[in-house]
Design a binder for this molecule. Structure first.
Ligand code: XMP
Length: 304
């Protein structure tokens, strides 16, 4: 385990040495980019401009929290929901959806970087990402890729020698709140991978609300590796005397070590019933709630 008391000042010195101009970082609120943003801010102050892209695919309240947590930085919030919804319009295939989100992200980020005339880029690559990329297992980064068109004077990856648990420790030592240091993995393509088929604003609203309820009920008590809700499609239900066509929401809670394999968590029946009852009463367009029992493999953790 890395010694954080030594690591933090060393890393700040390194950034000071490698960067001497206007610098940007794509800040997602994940632990990696958050740690990099704080280290870089301590190194170069307002020369760092963290860019947070609100894709419209974020969880409930996420954008507001990021603004609060990073209020002392020169944070640029790019409201790009319309661009992402337009890019996703009509797409049903999971890989096409993922690609559309990745490309929209890169374009939005590039536009912002150009406008700001940024010279340096900081990236939250961590050690396992580097190994995976070098080994050709997958090209990595959050939200699909990196700006490839812009020529930066320098690209710095301040935490590329840390494992995830070490990044979390550095996050705590830097004083970041638990919601960042203990944050569950959240996929780059956001809530779009938790909607089967076409992404619409209506489905996004349903999945966002349902997800918030699931997190509230499970996160602090059961400490899952990951827990969330997904919208599967529509099915028949009854409301009063009427048969209605409403949304089917799936609840997922898994234990895992590294995300490569996962087990569905065994949750108390009363807890599952409470989640069902809250989701169907707080989101009236939902008629059915199911709990996903599948391990990975053969399922994946996310639904798409
Ligand atoms: P799956 O669904 O493949 O997910 O079992 C394994 C872990 O990776 C996360 N995930 C992603 N993370 N971009 C990301 O940054 C993605 O496109 C992506 N897809 C899945 C998922 O949340 C889980 O932690």
């Amino acid at each position: 385990m890395v010694k954080v008391e030594k690591y933090i000042p060393k890393s700040i010195e390194r950034i000071k040495k490698e960067v001497d101009g206007r610098t940007i970082i794509a800040l997602s609120g994940g632990v990696d980019s958050s740690v990099c943003a704080v280290l870089a801010h301590r190194a170069i102050g307002d020369k760092l401009i963290p860019i947070y892209i609100d894709t419209g695919l974020m969880r409930k309240g996420e954008t507001e929290r990021i603004k609060e947590i990073f209020a002392d930085m020169n944070l640029q919030v790019v409201h790009a929901k319309d661009r992402f919804l337009a890019a996703l319009k009509g797409l049903e295939d999971p890989e096409e959806k993922r690609k559309a989100v990745g490309e929209a992200f890169i374009r939005a980020f590039e536009e912002e970087a150009r406008e700001l005339e940024a010279e340096y880029l900081i990236q939250g690559t961590i050690y396992p990402d580097r190994i995976e990329s070098e080994g050709g297992i997958k090209s990595h980064h959050n939200v699909g890729g990196l700006p490839s068109v812009i020529e930066f004077k320098g690209i710095v990856e301040p935490i590329d020698d840390l494992y995830k648990d070490e990044v979390r420790e550095v996050a705590r030592a830097l004083g970041l709140p638990d919601e960042i240091s203990n944050r569950m993995p959240f996929p780059g393509p956001g809530l779009s991978v938790r909607i089967i088929g076409m992404v619409t604003e209506e489905k996004l609203d349903v999945v966002r609300e349902a997800n918030a309820i699931v997190e509230e009920e499970l996160l602090e008590t059961f400490h899952p590796w990951q827990t969330f809700a997904a919208v599967l499609g529509k099915g028949t239900g009854v409301k009063g005397d009427l048969r209605v066509h409403g949304w089917i929401v799936a609840v997922r809670a898994v234990g895992s070590r590294d995300g490569m394999t996962a087990e569905s968590m065994e949750l108390p029946w009363e807890v599952l019933k409470k989640i069902e009852s809250r989701i169907t009463s707080e989101i009236p367009s939902v008629v059915r709630v199911v709990y996903d029992l599948s391990p990975k493999p053969p399922a994946t953790i996310e639904f798409e």
